[in-house]
Design a protein around this ligand. Structure first.
Ligand SMILES: Cc1ncc(COP(=O)(O)O)c(C=O)c1O
Length: 344
């Protein structure tokens, strides 16, 4: 099998990094304080295998959208990639089918391959909706993934439509909400109506904690109980549980940072359009674009030599483009300056 190839992660800090949708701002100072307290207490003991403190805090936060939610509706993971792995391991075995749209998050393909399963890939329609193929019954179809907002497009499918998709699908649906905090809608409420719906989230993007590794899944308690059997006992460490819990509790930091990113997203789209790029309207912290007269691959390479890293993606049946993470205003200024220079 082919392994998953993560986005480039240069460790020297010299490039302006707009390639893997990280948050450009430092996380809440409360995260560092919480991690410091754990270090002071010592790390000789195993962490809470259930990350209970986080689940209590997260359930409180989501109760307005999902009344009835308690900590037993939540499973924590070492990033949401760990959650996706746990769910795939639980539902899929050799010879099964895993369905997901294209272009979307490439890891779904690798997770299916690890299980020895086949991928049932459904191309998005031109307007980024999904056609009837996405809900068609097929023998041995065991799991469907839907990144919503989607990556690399940044588009969303409305919760009403996702509810219809989930009801029509003959298998569980994992709605991957890694970017949902930059969107206006989410699918949490669907979980109460349909136990086939699971929603995964991450603290990597909107909470600026990609380096900490913390994600979680929301699903009905009888589903969570089964998934717990599949996870590693201590998949979240003591530092990440404390840091993630503190991050969730700091609503002021969250609101301010989210507001800054949304404002810069609007600015980035305006600037890209001024430069002649065709941009897909984004509900995430990145923008997917193409230029009618400039090759995306060449732009990616030339930007890299200028010290700016963006994500070049090329998908069968769809083609290529650039995915630009919403950075700080000054990072976006530097990006635009480089593009102007390259365009001559
Ligand atoms: C659609 C989608 N899902 C999940 C993830 C995984 O995020 P993490 O493992 O950092 O929580 C990413 C990361 O880029 C993503 O783009």
């Amino acid at each position: 099998m082919d392994g998953y190839v993560p986005g480039e992660q240069p460790q020297d800090g010299k490039l302006i990094k707009l390639n893997t949708n990280e948050n450009p701002y430092a996380c809440s100072p409360k995260v560092k304080a919480a991690i410091g307290r754990v270090c002071q207490q010592g790390l000789q003991k195993y962490p809470d295998p259930g990350a209970t403190a986080f689940r209590i805090c997260a359930a409180d936060l989501m109760r307005e959208e999902l009344p009835g939610i308690g900590p037993d509706w939540i499973l924590c993971g070492n990033g949401s990639d760990d959650i996706l792995t746990i769910v795939t391991r639980a539902f899929v075995e050799g010879g099964d089918l895993v369905r997901f749209p294209r272009p979307s998050y490439v890891l779904y393909e690798t997770l299916a391959a690890i299980q020895g399963a086949q991928c049932d890939i459904v191309d998005f329609e031109d307007d980024w909706s999904l056609g009837a193929d996405f809900t068609a019954a097929k023998k041995r179809l065991r799991l469907a993934f839907l990144a919503n907002p989607n990556s690399p497009s940044g588009t969303v499918i409305s919760p009403e439509k996702v509810a219809e998709i989930a009801a029509a699908l003959p298998c569980p649906l994992l709605v991957d909400e890694a970017y949902v905090d930059f969107s206006e809608t989410n699918c949490l409420s669907l979980i109460a109506e349909n136990d086939q719906v699971m929603v995964s989230r991450t603290l990597s993007k909107s909470y600026a904690l990609a380096g900490l590794r913390f994600g979680f899944l929301v699903a009905q308690p009888h589903i969570i109980r089964e998934l717990v059997k599949v996870k590693d006992s201590y998949n979240c460490d003591a530092l990440s549980i404390a840091g993630a819990t503190a991050a969730l509790a700091d609503r002021q930091w969250f609101d301010e940072t989210r507001g800054a990113i949304l404002a810069t997203r609007t600015r980035l789209i305006d600037l890209l359009q001024e430069l002649g790029f065709e941009c897909v309207p984004s509900h995430a912290n990145f923008v997917w674009c193409r230029h009618p007269h400039h090759s995306a691959k060449k732009l990616y390479q030339d930007l890299k030599t200028q010290g700016i890293l963006v994500r070049y993606m090329n998908y069968p049946n769809y083609g290529d483009g650039l995915r630009i993470t919403v950075g700080t205003n000054s990072q976006i200024d530097a990006f635009v300056k480089s593009i102007r220079y390259l365009f001559g």
